[in-house]
Design a protein around this ligand. Structure first.
Ligand SMILES: [Fe+2]
Length: 442
């Protein structure tokens, strides 16, 4: 770099950090799509999901919008060009758009990236612009790509035709710990800090940090396993009206669900499929691909309930003895592969107890990684919530239509998950990598 244009080694380091962040995000995206043909990229595999090439074009255009245009002027989201504007083109119609092939979309991705890095060289990262401070907007764009990586994996699990040949790169550990099924730990209640004031990576919906008063409660030590869920099925859980809410029962009747998505009964045994791997349901793994309604019915069957998102966050982050909180269940250190099953490359959940260090202060295991966990909470704004930097990320979705999920899944990239991170979806959705744990009043 020319010393006359950059005199602060700190700024050079920041530019290098951002460049590497962006490069690494892209490398993963390309790795995930590598096994797919042009046709597989262009096909709309399910009305719920975009053709994968749409995700790719949208990743490029989101990056272009934020890192070449909005960094210099008024923030505009409505300016998103044509076919990649998610609000103009809802998912179910994206298969009919005039979409590019792989070479063309990769070229678009590369061209945008070149312009972004050129622009980065000329920006004053220290001028105090809240978009640029601590590289916020770059973290936001990287997280956007991470989130589309997980969306792409949901699509690939739904894929029509030959199953996705998952490019597995990680072998899952065997369980080091065993748990009594349904074992719970107690949270003593009290005034608990929830959310964050971080402005370097956190989303607007995670802010501000505020104090929530919680009554004492109990919460499962692990996510509900397939073994437990099979007992619910065998006990007629899907046929017992009294276990389901009105909305849940309406969904169950309309959908005809009798098991988690991607399970198939084969005589006396159930088989589960994850991408191109089908095997008898592993009783030790957390149940995956269940809707909020299924989670709620199971909890009622078990004589429990789902935790609120505040209870979930308290159980994941708060140490009631020391009055301290952690960024991740295991502490404040960033994720490493030994800590939790995140980052996609195992392409499956791990048996509970496989990550003995993935434990929160009160003794909950596996809160981050493996499966997203449904909570009973609607997706609302925290007291003092302020939209930043654009209303289409959170604000457009606040209300009672969506339920909050916490903790990320095996398909979540580590840069897109922390104790305060809030995901949300319709209570009927189960193409997501979703499971749950139960809670109860003390
Ligand atoms: Fe997006």
């Amino acid at each position: 770099m020319d010393e006359s244009t950059r005199t602060h080694p700190g700024v050079d380091r920041e530019v290098a950090r951002i460049t590497e962040l962006m490069r690494e995000a892209r490398a993963r995206t390309l790795r995930l799509i590598e096994p797919l043909s042009d046709e597989e990229l262009r096909t709309q595999h399910d009305p719920l999901m975009s053709p994968i090439v749409w995700d790719l074009g949208h990743i490029a255009h989101f990056e272009e919008l934020w890192l070449t245009r909005n960094v210099h002027g008024t923030v505009e989201f409505g300016e998103m060009p044509g076919i990649y504007n998610p609000f103009e083109h809802p998912r179910r119609v994206r298969g009919a758009l005039d979409l590019p092939g792989r070479d063309e979309v990769v070229q678009i991705l590369n061209e945008v990236r070149e312009r972004v890095l050129k622009k980065l060289e000329s920006l004053d990262l220290e001028a105090g612009d809240p978009l640029l401070r601590d590289g916020y907007v770059y973290a936001m764009v990287a997280q956007h790509e991470y989130q589309h990586n997980e969306t792409i994996l949901q699509t690939l699990q739904l894929k029509r035709g030959a199953p996705y040949r998952a490019p597995r790169g990680v072998a899952l550990p065997e369980p080091a710990l065993t748990f009594e099924p349904g074992a719970m730990v107690r949270f003593p209640g009290g005034h608990v800090p929830i959310g964050t004031d971080d402005r370097s990576v956190a989303y607007d919906n995670e802010r501000p940090r505020h104090i929530v008063e919680l009554a004492p409660f109990r919460i499962d030590v692990t996510p509900v396993t397939n073994a437990q869920y099979l007992e619910f099925i065998d006990d007629g859980g899907y046929a017992r009206r009294e276990l389901w809410s009105d909305a849940g029962w309406a969904w169950r009747e309309a959908d005809g669900a009798v098991s988690p998505k991607y399970w198939q009964r084969d005589g006396a045994t159930w088989t589960a499929r994850m991408f191109d791997h089908a095997a008898p349901v592993d009783p030790r793994r957390p149940v995956c691909h269940v809707s909020f309604h299924e989670a709620e019915a199971f909890a009622r069957w078990a004589g429990k309930r789902l935790p609120t998102e505040f209870e979930w966050e308290a159980a994941a982050s708060y140490d009631p003895e020391r009055d301290t909180r952690r960024e991740f269940p295991w502490g404040n250190d960033p994720w490493t592969p030994a800590l939790a099953n995140l980052d996609q490359l195992a392409f499956d959940t791990a048996p509970v107890g496989a990550y003995p260090r993935n434990v929160s202060p009160i003794g909950c295991y596996g809160m981050i990684g493996d499966v997203w966990e449904w909570t009973s909470s609607d997706f609302g704004g925290y007291p003092g919530y302020e939209t930043f930097p654009y209303p289409e990320y959170s604000e457009a979705f606040l209300g009672t239509e969506y339920k909050v999920l916490r903790g990320g899944s095996f398909a979540t990239r580590p840069g897109a998950i922390r104790n305060t991170f809030r995901n949300w979806d319709y209570p009927i959705r189960r193409q997501i990598f979703s499971g749950f744990r139960c809670a109860s009043d003390d």
